[in-house]
Design a protein around this ligand. Sequence first.
Ligand code: CP
Ligand code: NVA
Length: 293
Amino acid sequence: MTTTHFLDVDDLSRTELLNTLDRAEELKAAEPSGQLADKTLAMLFEKESTRTRISFETGMTQLGGHAIFLSPDDTQLGRGEPLSDTARTLSRYVDAMMVRVFDHADAVEMAEYANVPVINGLTDDAHPCQTVADLLTIREEFGSFDVRAAWIGDGNNVAQSFVLGCAMVGIDLTVATPEGYGIEDSVLDRAAKFDGEIDVTTDPTEADAADVVYTDVWVSMGQEDERAEKLQAFEGFQLNQSLLDGQAVLHCLPAHRGEEITDRVLESDRALVWDQAENRLHAQNALLTTLID
Ligand code: CP
Ligand code: NVA
């Protein structure tokens, strides 16, 4: 049997994604159960995390299993043991691995060598667990996916997985990014296989027809050296009172208030960000119970 990995949203079929969302909704409404009793998740983090780490760890506890947090310094990875050897070794102990790494190719390599599911907890290219939580939040708020969404900001990891997720569930999405910071063509090609229509623009005001507007930081982890250049490029892309007109607002968090979003917008009733953060837990519990045997 081949192992099912979750490296990006379209590793699931459309039906599997919708089933995962239904399962997340059920798990959110249910008492925690012990369905992953005796199961262990290894969590490998090259980058910092609040939500991903705590939600996966709490999720495994709720499901009756166990999670092990590993930074590179806790393992022989920090002393140069190859990812391929690490993946094969961990596969002999644990039932799944969650990896947060810089280079997406490293997550792919882990998946190639692992014979337990590898779940992408964020790479420089993708953040699929976030997208499942985002879609759950949109469906909770609007009752369906018959909504128009907009992404305003960097065409980064969170944006790329969101583009795929929207396309898969049939949400029409406008993506407004500054010139040179757009979604990769290969991601747009993958999204084009599904029903949701994706429009790309460099004009953030074109997002005004949306029901829900999503943004993320302009300077992602690992891009600290590009800070000055990016702050300049993203001028005009801030979610603030003058750009918005009553739309619901999403942000994967952490937010940099005063950069991509104002404090006023983030603290307003229209911001769904705390439900969105909570939904990481339920979305991932659904994924864990689906992917782990
Ligand atoms: N949204 C998200 O992945 O947050 P963390 O970086 O805190 O895990
Ligand atoms: N784009 C951000 C997301 C953090 C959850 C980053 O990669 O730092």
